[in-house]
Design a protein. Sequence first.
Length: 265
Amino acid sequence: MDIRNEHRTLEKQLRALAKQEDRLARRALQAAPPAWKSKLEEKIPAKASAALETAFVKAFSLVFEKGTGVIEKSYDRQAIQTGFALRQHAMQVRGSRQDYGAFRRERRGPETKNLLLTTAEGVGLGLLGIGLPDLVLFVGMLLKGVYETALHYGFSYDSPRERYWILQVLQTSLTKGEDWQTCHDKVCQVLPDGLCDPTPEQWKDQLDAAARTFALDMLLLKFIQGLPLVGVLGGAGNPVYYRRVMRYVQLIYSKRYLLQRQKGK
């Protein structure tokens, strides 16, 4: 393989990702809730907001601690790892732009399937006026997408350090304003290595931070979903948030992989 050719290709791919990061940064800085949404949120009881944050903490904890085995039954881990090995071999032999593109192309099918499942789950429970219990299923779908993406790029997800980092990634995906850049920089500090096992206190703090971010952004959506009849409107928002989260997840895992390749790992 021509090392110089791969190096040029890597640089081009990283520049393309940098442009995506810039767009996300601008979007986060300019993000402001519509006036109608802010007015409706003001009418939601404070107890409802606190309950939603607590529910997200419980949902993340439950899925991380007991849901991984269930999630893994929904996809073929060995097949995904074999696919990565084949793409990795092609990269080592050629390292062309088309080989890098294969990583993105081959994620489209599974992502479309996950999006459809998220839509069915959110709308179905919304019709029944079920809000908070839906969070476990929603978080489970998010982590399914994250786990599949991690394997797709050759990374694990089942160690304490990886799960801690995944929580940071999830928090950043929904962060707005100037805090986005701070959270993004924190995520990128461990690319492609530098991960450390969190202490129990660090894990709790990160879990709370991720739950708080999701609760603040999805407050109106989940409050509406808990109401009979109109709940379908809230449930229909699940795929919108799934797509938004996964857009950042895909970018950050792609960057992590490219930087790893750049270091010759």
